[in-house]
Write a protein that binds this ligand. Structure first.
Ligand SMILES: Nc1ncnc2c1ncn2[C@@H]1O[C@H](COP(=O)(O)OP(=O)(O)OP(=O)(O)O)[C@@H](O)[C@H]1O
Ligand SMILES: [Mg+2]
Length: 256
């Protein structure tokens, strides 16, 4: 079954052309805006498995490429996710790629440019990516703080797609489709989210996401009062500052 994804702009066209032309794709956007859901839907659309790697600052080249381990007193090699994806012609999805150290990201360079080749020095093997292999990365520019910025030599190896929170009418549609919440409730939740997103003075590190609206709708569907559902499903996840929590509760009370 193809996961539900509601197109917001031209992202499906961009993905399809990248897949067809064997170009790597970088998706940037805030947390909970649909990046992973989009990649899952696109992989299913092209009938390819996804091999997903969550990157962080401790990610090593071995985590990506593979390592030797001891089995029955002998050393054996185990492919890492990048090598598996190349061998299987899968869609490699590197989540939060900017979190990985640059010297680690560099191992991807030859596979993400015109060469589409991977050299695994530990086992002295060169792999050529099959046509169906595609590398997709995602990152959240909101987390980027100067030193974490990716090098242009990495950035410029990718076609880049910027996703954001969907416009209100589409977000309402997504909420109803994903949770079955009543249309009037979905409409009020999205109006609330829209209001919160337009208030940078709240000083939230990241604003309310589609994901948090989906969580809150789930609680409402379970019988919880919308104000309480929004408190637990969204507001408490946005901040720990008591004053801002109160301000957000007051805003929610205007809608419910
Ligand atoms: N356009 C959309 N179509 C369908 N579902 C969407 C869409 N936008 C957001 N969602 C839903 O919002 C939720 C969060 O999406 P997802 O997990 O893909 O976010 P993300 O951008 O990958 O976040 P993170 O950066 O935290 O990993 C999911 O339940 C997803 O289905
Ligand atoms: Mg994600």
């Amino acid at each position: 079954m193809i996961p539900y994804y509601r197109e917001v702009g031209d992202e499906v066209e961009v993905f399809d052309l990248c897949y067809k032309n064997r170009l790597p794709l970088m998706i940037k956007g805030p947390t909970g805006c649909g990046k992973s859901q989009f990649v899952a839907a696109m992989a299913a659309r092209h009938g390819r498995p996804i091999i997903k790697v969550a990157c962080n600052e401790d990610t090593t080249a071995s985590d990506l490429l593979g390592r030797f381990f001891i089995k029955n007193m002998e050393t054996a090699w185990q492919d890492g996710p990048v090598v598996r994806a190349v061998r299987e012609g899968a869609i490699l999805y590197l989540d939060e790629v900017a979190e990985a150290r640059e010297d680690v990201i560099v191992v991807l360079h030859s596979i993400t440019d015109h060469r589409r080749e991977l050299y695994i020095d530990r086992i002295n093997e060169s792999l050529s990516a099959p046509e169906s292999f595609m590398c997709v990365t995602s990152f959240n520019p909101g987390y980027q703080s100067g030193f974490k910025e990716m090098k242009p030599s990495t950035r410029q190896r990718f076609v880049t797609l910027a996703l954001g929170y969907p416009p209100p009418e589409i977000e309402i549609e997504i909420l109803i489709k994903m949770t079955g919440v009543a249309p009037a409730v979905a409409k009020a939740m999205v109006a609330l989210a829209d209001g919160i997103r337009k208030q940078p003075q709240l000083g939230l590190r990241e604003t309310i996401s589609t994901r948090l609206l989906i969580y809150s709708a789930g609680l409402i569907n379970g019988g919880m009062h919308p104000r309480k559902a929004l408190l637990h499903g969204a507001i408490e996840s946005l901040t720990d500052d008591a004053k801002i929590i109160q301000a957000l509760k007051d805003t929610a009370a205007l809608h419910f």
